[in-house]
Structures are given as C-alpha cells and as structure tokens.
Design a protein around this ligand. Structure first.
Ligand code: 48H
Length: 258
C-alpha cells in the first residue's frame, strides 16, 4: 500500500467536519469533560439522547487524573462504587465503605464508555458564552482553546441545544458568564452564584448531588460547579459525588426530554 499524506489529511478534515456539522444541534451540550460531565454524557447517550461534550483542554478527565496531591488514586463511597462497576473500573475496599480505584483507569473508562455509548467529545474547544432566547439558554458559543490561550481576536461559532450542562468544575464558567453578561436571576438563594465554601467532605458529597440541578431555564450544573453555583463545601479527592451528580443530572434530563 502506498501512503499518501494528502489522503490522510483529507480523511481527517472530512471526518472532523462531518462530526462537527452533525453536532451543531443537539439535545444536550455538556461543558467540561471532567468526571461529572463524562458520567452525565454516558447515561444520556445510553438512552439515545444526542449529546456533545465540549472540553477546553487536550485531555478529558478534568481533575481526576491527579487523585489527591498527584497520588493517582481516587476514593469513592459504597453508593458511587456501583457507577464505577458499571464503567468496568476495578475497585478495592480500603476500609468499610471506602473504596479505591486507579485514577487513570477511571478517567479512561469514563471516556471510553461515554464515547462508545454515542456521546461525541470535542476537545480543544472552549465555551466562552451562551445563547439566550426569551429567558432560556438555547445553546453555546464556542471558540478554539488555542484562540483563547493566544488571545487572538477571532469570532466564535455557535451550537444549539435543548439543554446545557455546566460541568466546568470549581469555576462554574457557564453560570459565571450568564451572570456577568446578562445579569439574569439564577434559581439560587441570592439570584447569583453563591460560591464554594471550605472543605467538609461529608456535607459536600451530599450537597453536590442535591445541587446538581437546573439553575436557569435550560441550564443544569453537574459536579463541582454545583456547589459553586448553589453554595456548598468542597470535598477533596473523594470522587463519588461527581459520578452520582452526573448520573442524577442525566436522569433529570431524560425525564425532561421525554
Ligand atoms: C470548555 C471547560 C470550560 C469551558 C472548564 O474540574 P473537573 O474535573 O469537574 P468535575 O465537576 O467533573 O469534577 C471535579 C473534580 O475534578 C474536583 O475538582 C474535585 C472533586 N475537587 C474537590 C476539591 O476539594 O478540590 O472538570 C471540569 C472540566 C475541565 O476538564 C476543564 O478543562 C473543563 O471542564 N472546562 N471546557 N469550556 N469554558 N471550563
């Protein structure tokens, strides 16, 4: 077989453009491919919901790779272990209700299952804004992360979605941009993003799931972003709440999309 460089280029360009074109209108657009975004994407795609995930970085997985202080092990509690089981991640009991998993295996499995279930992941794309129509978010404004990093003056493109999920972690970037640019009232106790509070793992693992819900018509928060939006503590390197939050948001959206 002769290998032609132009054929390789044509294959990549053609395939990527088809993928992007077919995801300009989706049911759910997830911002952030960390553990909660990937889990949410998997459970949605598994139910044949059209879902696209937009991730700023080259790699998916968000803060999961590094476990705690770069010791690449994560801890989950019993009720989240069943999610890792579903993803085929091997866990080991540490003590009682505490289970350990390899963080690299966990990220790889979350991404693999989400993609195989049908979710499309677009890395290297940053969400810089949202689209709003009559009191509802109707899509995302996207630009290449390289444009953002180089601070180039290049206009973005848009995608339309029935729902958006803010799975951007501590920064809660979708909520922040909404608040900053539109001054709308969020469904929080202050009408604004309330902000994350200091470490309290037990409380955080509970509130993170409860707070993973709609915060403005058409937009849900999932995972760490939820405690930034609704107010709640951080939890350190226990990742069960991220998985449970992603599954909870997917389950709420499945009901809404029916
Ligand atoms: C595109 C974006 C944008 C944007 C951000 O931080 P993450 O891992 O988020 P979660 O909620 O899935 O998991 C949180 C967990 O990793 C964590 O930080 C914990 C448990 N902390 C506890 C503690 O006490 O510190 O992933 C978010 C992803 C990242 O990959 C970002 O690059 C991406 O979102 N992202 N992608 N456009 N505007 N903003």
């Amino acid at each position: 077989m002769s290998i032609d460089e132009i054929k390789i280029s044509r294959a990549i360009v053609d395939s990527y453009f088809k993928k992007l074109m077919s995801n300009l209108e989706v049911d759910v657009a997830i911002v952030g491919a960390g553990p909660s975004g990937l889990t949410c994407a998997y459970y949605l795609a598994k139910r044949n919901i059209k879902v696209a995930v937009f991730e700023r970085k080259l790699s998916v997985g968000g803060g999961m790779w590094g476990g705690g202080i770069m010791f690449n092990e994560i801890v989950v509690q019993t009720k989240a272990k069943e999610i890792l089981d579903e993803f085929g991640v091997r866990t080991r009991r540490f003590e009682g209700e505490y289970f350990l998993a390899d963080s690299v295996e966990s990220v790889c499995a979350l991404a693999d299952k989400a993609i195989k279930a049908g979710a499309k992941i677009f890395n290297l794309l940053s969400v810089e804004d949202v689209m709003i129509r009559t009191g509802r978010v109707t899509g995302l404004v996207l630009n290449w992360s390289a444009v953002e990093i180089a601070k180039l003056h290049v206009d973005p493109i848009t995608i339309r979605s029935k729902f958006v999920v803010d799975a951007t972690g501590h920064a809660a970037e979708v909520a922040r941009v909404l608040e900053k640019k539109t001054n709308v009232k969020l469904k929080t106790k202050t009408g604004k993003t309330v902000g994350e509070t200091s470490m309290w793992a037990e409380m955080a693992e509970d509130t993170i799931v409860k707070n993973s819900k709609e915060f403005y018509p058409g937009v849900y928060s999932s995972g760490m972003a939820s405690n930034a939006v609704f107010g709640g503590p951080r939890m350190g390197p226990i990742f069960g709440g991220m998985l449970l939050a992603g599954r909870k948001v997917a389950s709420d959206l499945i009901k809404r999309l029916k």
